[in-house]
Design a protein around this ligand. Structure first.
Ligand code: TXA
Ligand code: MG
Length: 341
């Protein structure tokens, strides 16, 4: 179906309209504190199919269900472990998704046939208000065409979704800039399937016990290998250019890139490092500061497309704290192409 897509500021009017489309079984793009989401009724399989279609998303990749309060948690999960209450207390509303056993109410289309469901309570005021107004949790993946960098502003959503959905709501730039942390609570020890703004250290402090990180967070999954989180096996977050990560200090980085000066070559570096490079640069936050890198990462990858970059040499982020989320996204956008300097 072809839509004339409206782009409206987040306010009472766009909230009414979003709720109307939502109730009519349509899909709308909404702001969240992580990235923009493509939202539809999590209980309605026909609506959820429209989300997969608009994104061109593989059918076996489950969606996250967004709730407004702890009462709604009982509607979407059939088993709620004690750790879920502790983590919810500390991090909800906010950028943390917890995997639990699903309830009957959540459509199997939403969970791609799995008997578990990813649940989060967004803090963004518009996303929250939409759930309260409709009384129904929404399922939402990031509002990009599958494989592209996730959108952190409404203009980018509009570029990807124009004609495919009736409404994009503009809530400004997203706070975090990377998607939520996904943690599985299906086993005794919580395991991080996707790192995000809420870190392993944050959760361990609250729980007082170990939180594991799935191997696939930092490693490439071989074709056909079974993964805990289906979303981790696809090439992802990729701009049109070939991204190559150079793992080494800024002097080695500059030495390497300055020897590869060709047309279409760009460097993706940290703030202030541009002066050391003799190729055009795009920056993505401050050295050693995962939060600022997370905030810039996806918009910088999109900017490289606007500049028609062909080859991008990127600085390697750290692997702890919020930087781990940045590293996890960047190695996927690079198709795991990392050169150790
Ligand atoms: O911040 C976010 O989480 C954003 C905003 C819109 O809320 N949403 C988002 O959704 O990033 P998406 O669909 O792009 O990523 C969902 C991830 C995928 O990697 C998926 O495989 C995983 O969560 N996931 C969802 N349900 C799962 C489940 N039951 N078991 C394992 N992994 C699951
Ligand atoms: Mg996504």
């Amino acid at each position: 179906m072809e839509f004339k897509t409206q782009l409206l500021k987040a306010d009472e009017n766009s909230l009414d309209l979003a709720a109307k489309y939502f109730s009519a079984g349509e899909v709308v793009a909404v702001p969240t504190e992580t990235v923009y989401g493509l939202a539809g009724n999590a209980y309605n399989g026909e609506t959820i199919k429209k989300i997969f279609e608009a994104k061109g998303r593989p059918q076996d990749n489950p969606l996250i269900v967004h709730i407004s309060d702890m009462e709604m948690l009982k509607e979407v999960a059939s088993v709620i472990p004690g750790t879920a209450y502790k983590l919810a207390d500390a991090f909800w509303p906010g950028p943390l998704t917890m995997i639990m056993k699903k309830s009957e109410k959540v459509s199997p289309v939403t969970t791609a046939g799995l008997d578990s469901v990813g649940i989060r309570m967004p803090s963004d005021p518009f996303a929250h208000a939409l759930i309260v107004k409709t009384g129904i949790p929404f399922a939402a993946p990031s509002a990009n065409v599958s494989g592209r960098p996730s959108p952190t502003d409404a203009k980018t959503v509009f570029e990807d979704m124009n004609g495919k959905i009736p409404l994009v709501v503009d809530g400004g730039e997203c706070f975090a800039g990377v998607e939520s942390t996904v943690v599985s609570l299906l086993n005794e020890t919580p395991i991080i399937l996707r790192p995000g703004y809420v870190t392993k250290e944050d959760m361990e402090e609250v729980l007082g016990t170990e939180v594991k990180i799935a191997a696939a967070v930092t490693e490439n999954i071989k074709a056909g290998e079974k993964v805990l989180s289906p979303g981790m096996k696809y090439k992802h977050y990729a701009p049109n250019a070939d991204v190559i990560i150079l793992d080494g200090d800024i002097n080695k980085f500059a030495g390497y890139v300055n020897n590869h000066k060709e047309s279409g070559v760009y460097a993706m570096v940290f703030d202030g490092e541009e002066s050391l490079l003799n190729v055009p640069c795009v920056t993505y936050g401050k050295f050693g500061d995962g939060k600022s890198q997370a905030h810039e990462l996806f918009s910088s990858l999109r900017k490289l497309d606007e500049l028609n970059a062909r080859t991008v040499y990127a600085r390697c982020p750290g692997k702890s704290g919020v930087s781990l989320a940045v590293y996890n996204r960047l190695i996927r956008s690079a198709g795991f192409n990392i050169i150790k300097l």
